[in-house]
Ligand binder design. Structure first.
Ligand code: PEP
Ligand code: MN
Length: 347
């Protein structure tokens, strides 16, 4: 069962619901986002019915959910959600009314490289800067990222460009420091089913970008989102970044159908990552166009001022004419589908 709190519900209203649920032996998980609060109930449904929760002050609605994921299900929230990212005054939306471009270097390497990539991202129309400080590399001998120094460089790039920052966290021990520097926490494909890490980011008080595990079903991916929501954070954006198939022409296979499938069943926004899906810069623009047409709420891409020197994922990084072509697709195509430019709604 999910209790949807009214927009003006107070902390006391929330506490009263939790107390009533616990009084009949149930458990209540409070999940908050910038825009609203919902409470997931676990326990005996009949005893919850007797509580008449709908009549409590601050309660907007109560829903019985048949999906295995509750808080992220569309059953209690028929409208699709908008997630706001960034600090006050520079908060940008990701959701059904807009189209969001997130761009930046795969890895933070130096202050200059990061700032240049951030400026490229901004000129291309991006509203969120991406960049890895903690890199989940397949080889332990590959560049692992600059760690906390990388977070500081990202924070400086945010100050210089006004773009909120999304960056990956790979270890539950680093969640606090990443949350201190970044505006949105990214869970990468390799950690989608790291349940302890999902719980830790759920408690960190920042919106989360949750990539699909490369071998995860859509239901497993939504259950991973539920872990984050259950620990307190309902502002989760899902990212389809390609799944592992038998096809070697691309690094992974971008599962375009995941976009409408997820949107039919979850209220959370969905974006695509054509860079990590394909690993090939010649495919980024066609895949981004396909994602826009399929109804994605945004796209995240790698850009680099000098891809040939990149320490990570150079072959998929955009620059120059390729980046301009992406910018043009992102500016023109979503508008045809009735979406607004996320830059116009910053608040
Ligand atoms: C990334 O975005 O930097 C990344 C490592 O992506 P993924 O987890 O999708 O491989
Ligand atoms: Mn990468």
């Amino acid at each position: 069962m999910v209790v949807v709190m009214a927009a003006d519900a107070t902390e006391e209203d929330i506490a009263r619901v939790v107390e009533r649920v616990e009084s009949v032996g149930g458990e209540a998980f409070v999940s908050k986002g910038v825009a609203r609060t919902i409470i997931g109930l676990v326990g005996d449904i009949d005893s919850f019915h007797h509580l008449n929760l709908r009549t409590l002050h601050g309660v907007a609605d109560v829903h019985r959910i048949s999906d295995p994921y509750k808080l992220v299900s569309r059953q209690h929230h028929p409208e699709r959600s908008t997630v706001w990212v960034g600090r006050e005054g520079m908060r940008v939306p990701i959701g059904p009314d807009t189209f969001t471009l997130m761009a930046g270097p795969c890895a933070v390497e130096t202050p200059d490289q990061t700032l240049e990539a951030a400026q490229m991202a901004k000129s291309a129309g991006a509203t969120i800067l991406r960049g890895g400080a903690f890199k989940p590399r397949t080889s332990p001998y590959a560049f692992q990222g600059l760690g906390v120094r990388g977070l500081e460089i990202l924070a400086d790039a945010r100050e210089a460009t006004g773009l909120p920052v999304v960056t990956e966290v790979v270890d539950a021990r680093d969640v606090a420091v990443v949350a201190e520097h970044a505006d949105m926490l990214q869970i990468g494909t390799r950690n989608m089913a790291n349940f302890g890490l999902l719980q830790a980011v759920g408690e960190a008080g920042r919106p989360v970008l949750l990539k699909r595990g490369m071998t995860a079903t859509i239901e497993e991916w939504l259950m991973a989102a539920e872990y984050i929501a259950q620990r307190g954070q309902i502002d989760v954006v899902l990212c389809e970044r390609g799944i592992r198939t038998f096809e070697p022409a691309t690094r992974n296979t971008l599962d375009i159908s995941a976009v409408p499938v997820v949107q039919a069943t979850s209220h959370l926004p969905v974006i695509i990552d054509p860079s990590h899906a394909s690993g090939r810069k010649d495919l980024i623009v066609p895949l981004a166009r396909a994602g826009i047409a399929a109804g994605a709420d945004g796209v995240i891409v790698d850009v680099h001022p000098t891809p040939e020197t990149a320490l990570c994922d150079g072959p998929q990084a955009l620059e120059g004419a390729d980046l301009r072509e992406l910018a043009s697709a992102v500016r023109r195509l979503p508008e045809l589908l009735g979406r607004r430019d996320a830059r116009d709604l910053t608040r």
